[in-house]
Design a protein around this ligand. Structure first.
Ligand SMILES: [Zn+2]
Length: 97
């Protein structure tokens, strides 16, 4: 045990990118200058995969996070956390239209 090791104070950013294609896509979008958040997808009937299903008024664009598009972030660490806590099959992006 060497608690004076410089490695002990190094901040390690670990992102669960393995087997998480949506997160990978989200982080690519961030690199391209977008701010992103996780959103639900639609099934083969174009029905929202969120809990609202057919009652959803915004299928395919419906955020999985509690604050919806207000949770949008440019921070990879925050984005990884969002996709981990509120998984979505798609990536919502805010940026230039
Ligand atoms: Zn929905």
């Amino acid at each position: 045990m060497d608690e004076s090791s410089p490695l002990g104070s190094m901040r390690i950013l670990s992102l669960p990118v393995t087997e998480h294609h949506t997160l990978s896509a989200a982080l690519s979008s961030v690199t391209a200058g977008w701010e992103v958040y996780p959103i639900y997808s639609v099934d083969d009937q174009c029905v929202c995969t969120g809990s609202m299903r057919k009652r959803c008024e915004d299928p395919g664009k419906h955020p999985t996070t509690p604050q919806g598009s207000n949770d949008v972030s440019p921070d990879p660490e925050r984005i990884a956390e969002m996709f981990s806590r509120w998984p979505g099959e798609n990536v919502g992006r805010l940026g230039c239209n």
